[in-house]
Write a protein that binds this ligand. Structure first.
Ligand code: TYM
Length: 343
């Protein structure tokens, strides 16, 4: 198994990132090490320049996000942890794949539509070709599994389409007539219980770093008072919780809070409602707040400590990048060769 995944170093790591992706990174790194596989986790700083940004902030955020991942349990002794900008093969492979990706495929990407909004003409070209870089990220390491939240599923499908077309068009043909694939087709790994964690202000919008309201999300660096305050102020409704999960269907905010409770405690929604069915949010919210406070306390304590040691963070990222460059070299060379590029 080869596990590859990334996160943009923009703003804070929030509960959606953690439950949708990072927690699985940490779980997988132990399983994978035991079976002789390898995990590659990176800060997608090259993706971050697809939106307007401040260079000094990007630099600070890249180190902070590295500290946040380490605080969550990503272990550089087990996994290769780095930032894309130190591994030029990502940008190189993107260019090589631009010849295979189709305009029509990119035109269907919902993230571009969402992020460019009404100002399509003013969007950066990078925002449009963003999913090709993401395909390069995973194909470069021959990823078999990519742990992500549901919002990245469409990008992963595109990566598979690109890999398949490239293998078909350019996979070297052997003397016996069979074709050798250049790229492995990656599978998304999406946790069913936390595929899409929703905003605390609007149960129909995903929890996101780009929401201007801080109250819409729990950040992993929030202190206990802030966590409790955000949970207590989270949008809910006036009804008591139901006993049957089906009765949450039309109650997006209630459904989200129950899902978070379940994901944090490893309990099913049925089980959580078995305990809280018939109770109002006056009882449920403090219980959820307690669970979050206790789970986040050690993470935010480690984060505060780690983020202060900039030289150590830089050293860790440089070491990870050197390993990533080595791992990427083979696929990159095979891609140039398959395309007939003389080097
Ligand atoms: P990013 O930085 O937006 O998010 C990082 C990870 O967190 C997941 N996530 C969520 N999961 C559940 N509920 C939510 N509300 C929620 N919000 C975010 C995301 O699905 C993601 O797994 N394009 C990617 C970064 C990237 C990448 C890659 C990922 C670049 N190259 C290659 C995988 C493989 C992004 O912007 O994620």
């Amino acid at each position: 198994m080869r596990i590859v995944s990334g996160i943009q170093p923009t703003g804070n790591l929030h509960l959606g990132n953690y439950l949708g992706a990072i927690r699985n990174w940490v779980r997988m790194q132990d399983e994978v090490a035991a079976t002789g596989g390898q995990c590659y986790f990176f800060l997608a700083d090259l993706h971050a320049i697809s939106m307007p940004h401040d260079p000094a902030e990007l630099k600070a955020n890249t180190r902070e996000m590295a500290a946040a991942l380490l605080a969550c349990g990503v272990d550089p002794a087990k996994s290769v942890l780095f930032n894309q900008a130190q591994v030029p093969a990502h940008a190189e492979l993107q260019w090589l794949l631009n010849g295979t990706a189709r305009m029509g495929w990119l035109n269907r990407m919902t993230q571009f539509k969402d992020k460019s909004g009404k100002n399509r003409e003013g969007a950066s070209v990078a925002l449009f070709t963003y999913p090709v870089l993401q395909a390069a990220d995973v194909l470069l390491y021959q990823a078999t599994h990519v742990p992500v939240g549901e919002d990245q599923k469409q990008h992963l499908e595109l990566a598979r389409d690109i890999a398949q077309k490239f293998n078909n068009d350019f996979g070297p043909v052997q003397p016996d007539g069979t074709q050798t694939p250049v790229f492995t087709l990656p599978e998304p790994f999406i946790p069913p219980e936390a595929a899409r964690i929703m905003s605390f202000r609007d149960g129909t919008a995903k929890m996101s770093k780009s929401d201007p309201s801080e109250m819409s999300r729990i950040n992993l660096s929030d202190d206990p008072d802030m966590v409790m305050k955000k949970v207590k102020k989270a949008k809910s409704d006036a009804e008591p919780l139901p006993s049957d999960p089906a009765d949450l269907a039309e109650r997006p905010e209630a459904k989200n809070l129950v899902a978070i409770f379940g994901a944090m405690t490893g309990r099913s929604v049925e089980d959580v409602l078995g305990e809280f069915g018939g109770e109002g949010f006056g009882k449920f919210k403090p219980a959820l707040g307690e669970i979050l406070v206790e789970a986040l306390r050690p993470i935010s304590a480690r984060f505060v400590e780690l983020k202060q040691d900039t030289p150590e963070l830089d050293r860790l990222l440089a070491t990870g990048a050197a390993r990533a460059r080595d791992a990427a070299a083979k696929t990159l060379a095979a891609t140039y060769e398959a395309l007939g590029l003389l080097r």
